[in-house]
Structures are given as C-alpha cells and as structure tokens.
Design a protein around this ligand. Structure first.
Ligand code: NAP
Length: 324
C-alpha cells in the first residue's frame, strides 16, 4: 500500500487530447493502476516531466513522439499498447530508450481468426463469386480441398505462429518462414534467403506477418513475387512497406497473382486517389486484422508497471539493433 502522504509516481500517456478514445484508455489505465498518477503528457509541468522514468504510448505520429520524448530527460522505458513498434524504433535508438511492445495472447487469437477468415475468403474464391454476382454470371469454379491449398506464413513470431497453427488445425497445408530455423508440429518450416526461394514456388496463399525492418522492407517485390506459382494470392497483415506496392500492382495487372487482401499500407488511411482502392483484384481493409483488445492489453501493461515499481525490472524489450 502507498502511504496517503506519498505522492503517486507520475505515469504519462503519450497521446494527444484530440486522439479518439484517449479518455477511455486513461480511465481504464487508472482503474488497473490505482497506485500510479495516470495523466496525459500535455498536462505535466517541466518539473513533473523530469521525474518520469516510464511512460505508455499507442504509436503516435513520429513528429509528436519526438517532441514528447524530448520533454522526458529521465525516461528509461516506454510501454507500447501495440504489438508493431517500428514507428518507435528510430526515436528510441537515438535516445537509448527501451521499448516494451504488447505481447498479448488475445491479440494472437484475433490475428489467427483473421488469418483463417481471409484465407477461407481466398480459398473458397469469394472475390471471384462476388464479381460473378456483379456480372450476373452463374459459373461454378473448380473446388479443391483445404489440404491441397498451400498457405505460407512469412514470420513465425507471436502472431505468425498462432496463425500457422490455426490454419493447420483447419486442414490447410501450412508452411512458415522465419529468420532463424524453427520447428513447429505439422508445419513445414523454412528460414533465410534460401528458404524463401524454396517455399514461394510451392505456395498458393502467402500470409505476411513480418515486422518492418531494414531487411524486410520491400521484401516482396517483382523478383520474389515472380517465384510464386501463377494464380497465387497474398494477404498482408504486417506493414504496407514489406511489399513494394508498384511491383504488386504490376503482378496483379498481369494476372500473375489472383488476388491481394491488404490490411496495411505505407500511408494510412490509404489516400483516396490510390489505385489500390478500385483495383478489381484487391480487397482493402482498414488495418483491422488484430486490434488491441483494451480489456486484456491494459491488464498486461498494468502487470509490467507494477513489477517494475516493485523490483526495478523492465519487461523483455525490443532489440533496437535488430529492429523488432
Ligand atoms: P514477432 O513476434 O517479433 O515475430 C517476428 C517474426 O518475423 C519472427 O519469426 C522473425 O524471425 C521473423 N523475421 C523478422 N525479420 C525477418 C527476416 N529478415 N527474415 C525472415 N524472418 C524474419 O512479431 P509478431 O508479434 O508476430 O508481429 C508481426 C507483425 O504483425 C508486427 O511487427 C506488426 O507489423 C504486425 N501487426 C499487425 C496488426 C494488424 O492488425 N494488421 C496487429 C498487430 C501486429 P525469428 O523468429 O527467426 O526471429
């Protein structure tokens, strides 16, 4: 218990008052962390800001983040409410700041559900049947078993593994690709550049769940897309820049790829004039594959903060050199 005379430690949320849902996030954090003084960074004085050693954020725009971090000279670590933290990496590197990202089993479950939903969408030819309905065309297409549909998950981390396992449990022929070699029951595992060249030619649906790093930027481009068999399809749930969009559009225009389901884009929201919006072989989603579930995420964040206050231990943080 905290002595009623001892001021509670300040725990700022790096978010702007104008951000949607910020008031709700603050009040949920206050309930979960009664021994912290939760506040918005904008409401603190310079003297108060100098006492802050840990803060919480939810991927603010880079220019806001840098301005806020500059006001926190004694910040040691930053807890993200998101799993993907590539927007925070550059700012953290120059300040030697530790970043703790959200690792939440509920998030993995949501991502696995999305992976299954959109894999079935492609496997059961829903884009083609939707087009046929628009054209008032009655034309059954060839059907094949899920066990004859080869799905490759690029990235076998917290989210990729959950997706690969769910797809395998639903009868798909699943492969996975990662940096280091891995073993997962029932899943064909590949790694490294040679592994990518081996697995893409035997893939019907590619599901991208890689973090965006210097190594994965534009990993899917004209050369790598050309390794896929004709008529393969693609789902991107990771980050827009993992795929070279112009190269993807060219592969779609040339009908080398059957369809692309895109949940993430280099610029979000996707600009209104962008070709992807109206391309007949593209399904655009507004970054909804696996939203943070406040109910579970806030409990995880609260446990991290409580442990830190009690023991001084910072939870496992992102490797800033590796970039994820
Ligand atoms: P993670 O646990 O850090 O796993 C990353 C995986 O990618 C690991 O298997 C890693 O290989 C692999 N990898 C990294 N660099 C690689 C490279 N150069 N070559 C081959 N494999 C590489 O990440 P996660 O929690 O699964 O999240 C993945 C991404 O999902 C996030 O970074 C974020 O961009 C995205 N995301 C999207 C949404 C959405 O709603 N659309 C929601 C949450 C997250 P090793 O295992 O060998 O290290």
């Amino acid at each position: 218990m905290t002595d009623s005379k001892t001021p509670l430690p300040l725990l700022p949320l790096l978010a702007s008052k104008s951000t949607a849902s910020v008031a709700q996030t603050l009040s949920q954090l206050r309930i979960a962390l009664p021994n912290e003084h939760l506040c918005l960074i904008e409401d603190l004085t310079p003297k108060q800001l100098a006492t802050v050693d840990v803060a919480i954020t939810a991927n603010p725009p880079a220019q806001h983040l840098d301005a806020w971090l500059d006001q926190l000279p004694n910040l040691v670590w930053l807890q993200s409410l998101w799993a993907g933290v590539e927007q925070l990496i550059a700012s953290a590197r120059i300040r030697q700041l530790q970043i703790v990202r959200l690792v939440d089993p509920e998030l993995a479950r949501a991502m696995a559900e999305a992976a299954l939903a959109w894999t079935l969408y492609l496997h059961r030819q829903m884009p083609e049947y939707a087009q046929q309905q628009r054209d008032q065309q009655w034309q059954p297409l060839p059907w094949r078993r899920a066990s004859n549909c080869r799905v490759t998950v690029l990235g076998l981390g917290e989210l990729g593994r959950a997706c690969a396992e769910r797809l395998h449990a639903n009868g798909f022929d699943v492969a996975g690709w990662s940096r280091s070699s891995r073993t997962l029951p029932g899943i064909r595992c590949y790694s490294g550049a040679a592994g990518l060249a081996d697995v893409l030619p035997v893939t019907d649906i590619v599901l991208v769940l890689l973090p965006l790093t210097d190594q994965t930027r534009a990993l899917l481009n004209t050369q790598t897309l050309a390794l896929l068999p004709p008529g393969a399809a693609l789902i991107n749930f990771a980050r827009g820049a993992v795929i070279n969009t112009e190269d993807l559009l060219e592969a779609l225009d040339q009908r080398k790829l059957r369809h692309a389901v895109l949940d993430v884009f280099e610029t979000e929201p996707l600009p209104i004039e962008h070709r992807l919006w109206t391309h007949p072989l593209v399904t655009v989603l507004p970054h909804i594959a696996a939203p943070t579930d406040p109910a579970s995420a806030i409990q995880i964040v609260a446990r991290h903060i409580e442990t830190y206050r009690r023991t001084g231990k910072i939870p496992p943080s992102v490797d800033l050199q590796r970039g994820f």
